[in-house]
Write a protein that binds this ligand. Structure first.
Ligand SMILES: [Zn+2]
Ligand SMILES: [Zn+2]
Length: 374
């Protein structure tokens, strides 16, 4: 039976008129192992870990597997990609099945005088107009949510992986981003990693996640528009220019490799945040060739080790920002990774104002990170 609009097992988006942001309401996520109660990530032995080798039957079937024959032969896999057991978004098939009244409401929304709807072209759908008025917009969210399991061993941080496995992790990011953005033609996809309790990890075993959606989040759209604006005004890509100036100044560089640069951004909102990106213009992470992905995996591996030497056992996140479908191949959009230790708390002022207080200057953070002996 197709799920209904009020079925608590499907996700939906709700629009906040004040901020023009969409929120994902995902009641099925409440079934996750760690929810609402403050407790550390499950510290479980490899005998009980669903991500360890030998427990493959405890996850949904893999959609992709990667084996590194060169470095560690004898394993059946080194990286496994599986659908998330507790997805934050509904699959396109589930959304198609869900709402026969969607089309009528979409027409109503696009004909309205509401300019925000028209400009963004949002497909608003609902089985109940009473629950989806001009003020209360809701829509189904279609997309994918995958987990990238990083290595058959029970390790926690990417820095503990051998370089062969780390390279496969980055190749899997590329392949899965290409799958969702190109083959499935979704509007937006992001890869992110949570390590440690403060970073939001609910399982210890090293893993990343990918979420793909049919809507570009407001802040991502704004960032893309800022890059467009810079390109129109200055005739060059914002990040190509930034990388060039960072290298010239040398104040905030953490490390440079033949194809990549890692630096602490000038107006970083978070302490010791490191941005890693291509030295040459590249809109899409998925366009990076194998040789560059291997180089990038090594650079990220080293940068995490730098962070972990300064802040021991630190929780961290990283996020891979690649071009949304609307900006693929764009001369203005430049992909990047943001990697940040969780050493500050978003508190009342930051929640209230969205203006962050960074207690470390990016120049000092970069100097500290640079001087770590690896
Ligand atoms: Zn494990
Ligand atoms: Zn560029």
């Amino acid at each position: 039976m197709a799920p209904s609009r009020d079925d608590p097992t499907t996700s939906e988006m709700r629009h906040d008129w004040l901020t023009d942001r969409w929120v994902i309401v995902a009641p099925q996520r409440a079934a996750r192992p760690v929810e609402f109660v403050h407790q550390p990530p499950r510290i479980i032995s490899k005998h009980a870990c669903p991500f360890c080798q030998g427990h493959e039957h405890e996850t949904p079937a893999a959609v992709a597997c990667y084996v590194d024959q060169g470095h560690a032969p004898g394993k059946s896999w080194h990286v496994r990609v599986v659908p998330n057991k507790f997805p934050a978004v509904s699959s396109p098939e589930a959304v198609l099945a869900v709402d026969s009244n969607a089309l009528a409401f979409k027409q109503l929304a696009l004909n309205s005088e509401n300019s925000a709807w028209k400009e963004s072209g949002y497909e608003v759908c609902s089985a109940s107009a009473a629950m989806c008025s001009e003020l209360y917009q809701r829509r189904f969210l279609s997309g994918g949510h995958e987990v990238i399991i990083e290595g058959p061993e029970h390790l926690q941080s990417l820095s503990q992986l051998d370089l062969g496995t780390a390279s496969l992790v980055f190749k899997s990011y590329r392949d899965r981003l290409a799958y969702w953005l190109t083959e499935q033609a979704l509007a937006y996809a992001v890869v992110f990693k949570n390590v440690g309790e403060e970073a939001g990890a609910s399982l210890v075993h090293s893993h990343s996640q990918l979420i793909a959606t049919d809507l570009v989040p407001t802040d991502i759209l704004r960032a893309a528009q800022r890059m467009d604006q810079f390109f129109e005004q200055k005739g060059e890509c914002l990040f190509c220019r930034t990388v060039r100036e960072e290298i010239e100044q040398g104040l905030r560089i953490v490390e440079q490799t033949p194809d990549f640069v890692a630096y602490c951004p000038f107006a970083s909102r978070l302490p010791a945040l490191v941005t890693i990106t291509s030295g040459q213009h590249c809109a899409r992470f998925e366009a990076l060739p194998d040789r560059q992905l291997e180089q990038l995996a090594e650079l990220v591996h080293r940068t995490i080790r730098r962070l972990e030497q300064i802040f021991s056992d630190v929780a961290y996140n990283y996020v891979v920002h690649t071009a949304p479908a609307s900006h693929q191949g764009s001369a203005a959009f430049h992909w990047r990774m943001d990697l940040f230790p969780r050493i500050s708390t978003k508190a009342g002022f930051e929640w209230g104002s969205e203006c962050f207080i960074n207690p470390l200057t990016p120049e000092n953070s970069a100097e500290q990170l640079r001087s770590v002996r690896l």
